[in-house]
Design a binder for this molecule. Sequence first.
Ligand SMILES: C[S@@+](CC[C@H](N)C(=O)[O-])C[C@H]1O[C@@H](n2cnc3c(N)ncnc32)[C@H](O)[C@@H]1O
Length: 216
Amino acid sequence: MSAADFYTRWADLYDPIARRIPGIAGLRKRTAEALKLELGDVVVEMGCGTGANLAYLREEVGPEGTVIGVDFSAGVLERAREHVEREGWGNVHLVCGDATQPPLQDADAVVATFVVGMFSDPERAVEGWCEFVGSGGGIALLNATQSRRAYGPLVNVPFRAFVYASTPGRHELDDPTALLDRRVETAHATVERRCERTVHTDSALGLVRLTAGRVL
Ligand SMILES: C[S@@+](CC[C@H](N)C(=O)[O-])C[C@H]1O[C@@H](n2cnc3c(N)ncnc32)[C@H](O)[C@@H]1O
């Protein structure tokens, strides 16, 4: 099953998890704030899933700004569309497409949460996003990886089980968590290399990291 079909199949289960898992709302808000958007800006969310970040992004750009969510899975986009219609957000748009080759012209900022770990070449994808927003544009990544804190071995056991259960094509992978860690590490390092005024935080017992900055 492709990753897009996997997320379509699990969209109804994923949506409440993405919105209600303890602490997630604060992380999403902090990620949107880290972009340091201005009212009226255009922000693109790559791999927007069921749209759990859209409200926070919309808050940052205001009703005169624009939020665009891109995802390649029809099922999650359908859930996102239901939320947008229910809220009556006329300035939030959803696009079906490949986040590694965004089908868009221009934006002030790009955000991707829990997405880059799915890319075979995360460095190239993040490089592409930096080119897409251009110098001065904002980039923010939020991702889960194994914790490097002293108590990491304890919290990493359930984390690895969660990653295994939630990885499309897991049966073909030797170690889905190690692969996720490598991809996330690469993506965040690319933001650090390509950006200035970067901020980094790690939270949720060291399992979740945020890196954001402005493209040089
Ligand atoms: C773990 S979910 C995260 C969804 C959302 N960002 C969130 O924080 O809840 C990963 C999402 O990325 C999407 N995705 C993965 N690779 C993609 C790609 N190359 N192009 C577009 N969407 C992609 C999947 O369809 C899925 O909706």
